[in-house]
Design a protein around this ligand. Structure first.
Ligand code: GLN
Length: 485
C-alpha cells in the first residue's frame, strides 16, 4: 500500500513503532497533492510550509512518547473553518483574501492533538450547494470519475480523502454536506448531533442546522477524530455540556440485539434502481450480522422536509450573511458614490448567484405578511419531523437509508435547475432539521460509481451509529477500494 493511502490508525501504528516518520508521511501526501490535484482540484490552499513545521513538531512529540492517535497525521480542513494565519475563503470572492486572526475550536483541538494541516478544502460558496459547482473559484472533480461532481458542499474534503491527498478531513453539514459527498466519494462521513461539536470559528450558514464532522477512510478513523473534536465549548452557546465517550469502544463487529428500521419514505420516487439495489443488499448484510430489520417504519412528514429546509436555512443565512457589508472584513468595493452604493457593490460582486438566491429567499420568507405563512409554518413542520423521529426511535435503535437517491452526477448536469440540485439532499436534510446524527459509509458501486449507506440515530447516539457502521464495514470490502487516478 502507498503511504498516502494509509488510514489514521494504520499510520499511527507505523509512527509509534518508528517505521515511518510524520515527515515522511507528510511529504508523501504533499507529493500526492502536487501530482493529482491539478485533476481533482480539492484544495483552495495547499499549506506545505505549515505542514512541514507541524510534521517536525509531531516527530519530536512521538519521540518523546506522548503522541495522540492523530499526532503527525496530515489533514485537510474545509475552507469555512477559521485557521489562524491561513486564508479562510468559504470559496467566495467575499472572503477571497480573509486571513482569520484565530482558530476555530475544532482546529485548535486538532492542533493540540498534533494535526499536520496540508490545506484548506474547496466547497460550494458559503456551503450552499451539493456539488462544489457553486465555488467561486473552480469545481472539484470526483476521483472515481473526473467528469462527475464529488458532491457538496464539503466536496473538497471528501475528494481529498478519497484521492489520497489527505488522510482525513473536516467538513460541515447543514443539510447533507458531509454525508452526501462522503457517499459520492466512497468515504465515511459523520454529521454529529447538533451541539456535539463546537461551531465556534465555523463561518455560519444556517446556525440552527450547521454541524462540523469528520470525513475519513474508515469508521475507526471517524471515531478517532470524533474523540478529539467532540465536547463542550463555552464559546459556542449551543454546544452541549455532556461527557464524550471513547467512541472506539463502540467498534464491535456484530449487531446482535440491534433493531434497525427502514423508513419507507426514503426510497423516494426518482431514486436510481442501482442505488436502491445496493442499499437493499446492504440492509440484507446488516440482517446477516444479527440485526432485526423493521420494514414498517414510517416518517410521514418526510416529503415536507425539503420545503421546510429551504425556508429555514435561507432565513438564517440571510441574517448571517448581513455582516458582509464591506466595512469590517472581507471584500470591500471602494469605487463608490457613498456608503449605500459601496455596500451594494460589495455584495453584488462578492456573492455568487446561489448565495444571492438564498438571501432573497430568506428575506422573502421573513418579510412582514409572509413570516407567519412561511417561516412560522416551517418551524411547525420542523417540530413534526422531530417528533416523528422520536417516535421511530421508540421502536428501533437506528434507521438505515440511502445517503443520496443517485450516484454522483455529471458536472453541469444540474446547474440550470436549482430544484434538481436541491433534491440531492432529500435523504440527509431531515436529520439537520431534527438535530440528530447521521453517518454515511461506503456501500458499493453502481457501474463503478459509489453509493452510500446512511445510518441515523437519536440525539447523542453516535456510539450506536459507529457500532452499526463498523459492523457493516468489517463485513464488506468497499472501504478498501481506492480510485485510480
Ligand atoms: N445542499 C444543501 C444546501 O445547498 C445543504 C448544504 C450543506 O449541508 N451545507 O443548502
Amino acid at each position: 500500500m502507498q503511504r498516502h493511502d494509509l488510514t489514521i490508525h494504520e499510520a499511527h501504528e507505523l509512527l509509534k513503532k518508528r517505521e515511518l516518520s510524520s515527515m515522511e508521511l507528510t511529504k508523501a501526501v504533499l507529493e500526492r497533492i502536487h501530482a493529482v490535484d491539478a485533476k481533482v482540484r480539492a484544495f483552495v490552499t495547499v499549506t506545505d510550509d505549515v505542514a512541514l513545521v507541524q510534521a517536525k513538531k509531531a516527530d519530536e512529540r512521538i519521540k518523546a512518547g506522548n503522541a495522540s492517535p492523530l499526532t503527525g497525521i496530515p489533514a485537510l480542513i474545509k475552507d469555512n473553518m477559521c485557521t489562524r494565519g491561513v486564508k479562510t475563503t468559504c470559496s467566495s470572492k467575499m472572503l477571497e483574501s480573509f486571513v482569520p486572526p484565530y482558530d476555530a475550536t475544532v482546529v485548535e483541538r486538532l492542533k493540540s492533538a498534533g494535526m499536520v494541516m496540508v490545506g484548506k478544502g474547496n466547497m460550494d460558496e458559503f456551503a450552499m450547494g451539493s456539488s462544489t459547482e457553486n465555488s467561486a473559484f473552480f469545481t472539484t472533480h470526483n476521483p472515481w470519475d473526473l467528469e462527475r461532481v464529488p458532491g457538496g458542499s464539503s466536496g473538497g474534503s471528501a475528494a481529498s480523502v478519497s484521492a489520497g491527498e489527505a488522510v482525513y478531513a473536516l467538513g460541515s453539514d447543514t443539510g447533507g454536506s458531509i454525508r452526501q459527498p462522503a457517499g459520492f466519494c466512497s468515504v465515511v462521513g459523520l454529521k454529529p448531533t447538533y451541539g456535539r461539536v463546537s461551531r465556534y470559528g465555523l463561518v455560519a450558514f444556517a446556525s440552527s442546522l450547521d454541524q462540523i464532522g469528520p470525513l475519513t477512510r474508515d469508521v475507526t478513523d471517524c471515531a478517532l477524530v470524533m474523540n478529539i473534536i467532540a465536547g463542550h465549548d463555552p464559546r459556542d452557546s449551543t454546544s452541549v455540556n455532556q461527557a464524550v465517550p471513547d467512541y472506539t469502544k463502540s467498534l464491535i463487529p456484530d449487531l446482535k440485539g440491534m433493531r434497525l428500521g427502514v423508513p419507507r419514505e426514503y426510497f423516494v420516487k426518482g431514486m436510481e434502481k442501482g442505488v436502491e439495489q445496493a442499499i437493499k443488499k446492504a440492509i440484507a448484510k446488516l440482517e446477516e450480522l444479527g440485526a432485526k430489520i423493521d420494514w414498517e417504519i414510517s416518517l410521514p412528514s418526510t416529503p415536507y422536509a425539503l420545503a421546510c429546509y429551504y425556508i429555514i436555512a435561507p432565513s438564517e443565512a440571510m441574517a448571517n450573511l448581513a455582516r458582509y457589508d464591506g466595512v469590517k472584513y472581507g471584500f470591500s468595493a471602494r469605487e463608490a458614490e457613498n456608503m449605500w452604493d459601496a455596500m451594494e457593490k460589495t455584495r453584488q460582486y462578492g456573492f455568487g448567484a446561489e448565495v444571492k438566491r438564498r438571501i432573497m429567499l430568506g428575506t422573502y420568507a421573513l418579510s412582514a405578511g409572509y413570516y407567519e405563512a412561511y417561516y412560522v409554518k416551517a418551524q411547525k413542520v420542523r417540530t413534526l419531523i422531530s417528533r416523528e423521529f422520536a417516535a421511530a426511535f421508540t421502536r428501533c435503535d437506528a434507521l438505515v437509508t440511502p445517503t443520496s437517491p443517485t450516484v454522483p452526477f455529471r458536472i453541469g448536469e444540474k446547474t440550470d435547475v436549482p430544484i434538481q440540485m436541491y433534491l440531492s439532499d432529500v435523504c440527509t436534510m431531515p436529520m439537520n432539521i431534527a438535530g440528530i446524527p447521521g453517518i454515511s459509509v461506503p456501500a458499493g458501486f453502481v457501474d463503478g460509481l459509489p453509493a452510500g449507506l446512511q445510518i441515523i440515530g437519536k440525539p447523542f447516539s453516535e456510539e450506536t451509529l459507529f457500532r452499526v457502521a463498523y459492523a457493516y464495514e468489517q463485513a464488506t470490502e468497499w472501504h478498501k477500494e481506492r480510485p485510480k487516478l
